[in-house]
Design a protein around this ligand. Structure first.
Ligand code: OAD
Length: 255
């Protein structure tokens, strides 16, 4: 643990984490930024720079141009396949080992929390590694299709859509119930790498605060959730989370 690492984390924040019996974590795209997965609202790169995620991630966009939509998701799926979990994901795996009750609620569809080794993961927005059959809704794994074509179910040949939640769609009910329960029962909610703009996920920290939990934010910049936070730790998740764990539990910090 270096002086630099500890300097970012106030003693009281580390103590609150160390003393918490029940921790809920809400993550967004920012936690995967340092794995090379682009966030939604920071500028997109290359081919997709001229599209807004809000315009692509809708049922209407899929109905209008399913091949375009699939190309975007297949591109993101490839990025995620080439990416590895970073020190921020790994710090949350370690945190789960140390806290008696722990739930990790993620808005991310990249599967990196599970790949890192987190177990109690609630995927609020689905997972882009999976497809969902258009005819009966079954969730399946699938292979990349030939260029310009759409993936199909390897078992039945049915057409697929990405197994993700789009704007205007309901979140999976079971996941939302688990996320609410975690928010309402935790002593501490850690909010990492989310712009706090997309509901209902963005409402979870307020739910936790109203139920009496402390709120800690990890983000390089202020967000609409910052006013709720008892502590706002500024910086990238891959640096700040290991430093927080190091200060709270004396674990090794990558910083
Ligand atoms: P956004 O792209 O809206 O926000 C990413 C957040 O991560 C911003 O607040 C950045 O400041 C922060 N950030 C950037 N780099 C970071 C780093 N290294 N460490 C920590 N934080 C960093 O992503 P989300 O909040 O996840 O929904 O977006 C919410 C939802 O909107 C997504 O799940 C997706 C999207 O449209 C659906 O697709 C339904």
């Amino acid at each position: 643990m270096t002086a630099h690492a500890t300097a970012r984390v106030p003693e009281a924040a580390a103590r609150a984490l160390q003393e918490a019996r029940s921790v809920a974590v809400l993550t967004g795209a920012g936690i995967s930024a340092e794995s090379g997965v682009p966030t939604f609202r920071d500028a997109q790169t290359g081919l997709w720079a001229r599209y807004r995620a809000e315009d692509l991630a809708t049922p209407e966009a899929f109905a209008r141009d399913p091949v375009l939509l699939w190309n975007w998701y297949l591109w993101r799926r490839r990025l995620v396949g080439e990416a590895a979990p970073n020190a921020g994901h790994l710090a949350l795996v370690e945190l789960e080992r140390r806290v008696p009750a722990f739930t990790l609620v993620t808005q991310n569809v990249d599967g990196l929390h599970r790949r890192a080794g987190s177990r109690a993961v609630v995927e609020l927005h689905g997972c882009l590694l999976q497809g969902r059959r258009l005819d009966d809704g079954a969730v399946v794994e699938f292979e990349d299709p030939p260029a310009g074509q759409m993936p199909v179910c390897p078992q039945t040949g049915a057409r697929l859509r990405p197994n993700v939640v789009w704007f205007g769609e309901m979140l999976p009910a079971v996941a939302m119930v688990a996320a609410r329960e975690a928010a309402e029962s935790c002593d501490l909610m850690l909010v990492v790498g989310t712009s706090g703009l997309v509901y209902p996920a963005a409402g979870l920290p307020a739910m936790a605060a109203e139920a009496g939990a402390k709120v800690m934010e990890v983000n390089p910049v202020d967000t609409p959730l910052t006013p709720l936070a008892d502590w706002a730790l500024r910086g990238g998740a891959a640096t700040v989370l290991p430093a927080l764990l190091a200060r709270a539990f004396g674990t090794a910090s990558a910083d």
